[in-house]
Design a protein around this ligand. Structure first.
Ligand SMILES: [Zn+2]
Length: 123
């Protein structure tokens, strides 16, 4: 199996609901997002999928969150904008764009600091 990884960034503010701790107050993060794409078969060009396409779709998914207050977004109206839910949200929106018979988004990791991240994947 081949696995590709693309790394992107976005900056946003959030405020966790029903949570007691530092993230209860309004604050921001510079999130680093890792997108993993896997597949078994390469095209004639020796590529699983063009990195530029993964990058473009990822940038599009992050665009709606970049420099926003995440709690205000439709996606996080009823869902806490935690790194876990951000990873899950990106995973689902990217899957719709990139998954096909050869390729699937296998894992999305959202780093909210240099040493803390959440990963979402589906079996
Ligand atoms: Zn936070």
């Amino acid at each position: 199996m081949y696995e590709l990884k693309v790394i992107s960034q976005f900056a946003a503010a959030h405020q966790l609901r029903e949570f007691v701790g530092k993230c209860e107050a309004l604050h921001g993060h510079n999130w680093k997002v890792e997108v993993h794409v896997t597949g078994n078969r390469l095209g004639k060009d020796g590529l699983l999928i063009d990195f530029a396409l993964i990058k473009k779709q990822t940038e599009q998914a992050l665009e709606e969150m970049d420099h926003k207050f995440l709690n205000d977004l439709e996606a996080f109206k009823d869902l806490n904008p935690s790194s876990e839910n951000i990873a899950g949200y990106i995973f689902k929106s990217l899957g719709k764009e990139l998954n096909n018979e050869n390729v699937r988004v296998s894992r999305v990791t959202a780093w909210e600091s240099d040493n803390a991240c959440a990963t979402y994947s589906e079996p």
